[in-house]
Design a protein around this ligand. Structure first.
Ligand code: ZN
Length: 314
């Protein structure tokens, strides 16, 4: 039930080794330019624009600072003014710029395609096995949480809990952040609509045991906060898995050497209609990660928006 955002990135880096780590180059200005040149027109980076559009109710402002050679992002949320640096996509407060190499990008490529483990190379298998060890998970970098903490007021348990609301999702009681009330309600409406046509969806709803969301905790085996701590991740657990594996870490405990080779058929899957309903409302599904978490959905409209861009599909 534990969610590991880094895993998406791991998957991304497995599939696309060229992406992700190569964006650290700084633009060097030509200091030997003889004449002053007019200021170049700055275009907001595409991923920053995606972020601004995905959280448009917050009214994020972005302004380029020649002095800082970076985009400065400002907004006010829950009465608190926020200032971040774009930092090539990591969205960091000024004091963290010095550590920027430790952070991944906030908007990254999310792929909604299931990869058959039979196509993994030996190198990929070795990387996944290595990643699955507790030692490596403790030191792995992660998604920078500064932006999300500002959006969800998730600085501490005391700060976030006034924004956590108890609701029912498909008949199960759960606690979620107020910001995802509407998208989650829409997901439910779509699922109930799909139930009328699909016996699989009907069975899914009938066999749903729980829909656990908010839980102030760290990601298992790491010091990082889970997105469950923000109340924006939901685990849909069935009463029975019918022999399928549901979570990579449980499979690893049974088979530390070859857990990553668990076939797609050997995993418990929510019906496609369920995944589609969540995705259409801005939730990513943990089942697409190389380190799969098939019960897990997480609200990231920026990643769904990124998925729809041309760049992501090239
Ligand atoms: Zn989860």
């Amino acid at each position: 039930m534990l969610k590991i955002v880094i895993l998406i990135f791991l998957q991304t880096s497995l599939l696309l080794p060229a992406y992700g780590w190569g964006f650290r180059k700084k633009n060097k200005s030509k200091s030997e330019e003889p004449k002053p040149v007019p200021k170049p027109e700055r275009t907001i980076p595409e991923d920053l624009q995606i972020l601004m559009d995905s959280y448009s109710d917050i009214k994020i402002q972005a302004e380029y600072s020649e002095e800082k050679n970076d985009w400065i992002i400002s907004f006010e949320n829950y009465g608190t003014p926020q200032i971040f640096y774009w930092a090539e996509g990591s969205v960091l407060p000024e004091e963290e710029l010095i550590n920027r190499e430790n952070y991944w990008h906030v908007v990254y490529k999310y792929s909604n395609e299931l990869r058959d483990p039979k196509t993994f190379t030996e190198e990929e298998i070795a990387r996944l096995k290595e990643y699955g060890t507790v030692k490596n998970r403790k030191k792995a970098p992660g998604t920078p949480m500064f932006f999300f903490d500002a959006v969800y007021a998730s600085y501490s348990r005391a700060k976030i809990e006034p924004h956590i609301i108890t609701i029912k999702f498909l008949g199960k009681g759960t606690r979620v952040h107020e910001r995802i009330l509407e998208p989650l309600k829409n997901v439910e409406t779509k699922i109930l609509e799909a139930e009328k046509k699909s016996p699989e969806v009907k069975t899914f709803i009938k066999e749903l045991k729980s829909a656990a969301a908010y839980n102030w905790r760290q990601i298992d085996g790491t010091k990082r906060k889970s997105f469950h701590s923000l109340g924006i991740a939901v685990d849909v657990l069935p009463v029975a898995y019918h022999g399928g594996e549901v979570f990579w870490s449980w499979a690893r405990d049974k088979n530390p050497e070859r857990w990553m080779m668990t076939s797609i058929k050997g995993r418990w899957m929510p019906p496609k209609e369920i995944i589609d309903a969540f995705e259409s409302e801005g939730f990513i599904w943990g089942g697409y990660w190389a380190i799969w978490d098939n019960m897990h959905f997480e609200y990231h409209p920026e990643l769904i928006a990124k998925m729809k861009t041309k760049e992501n599909n090239n």
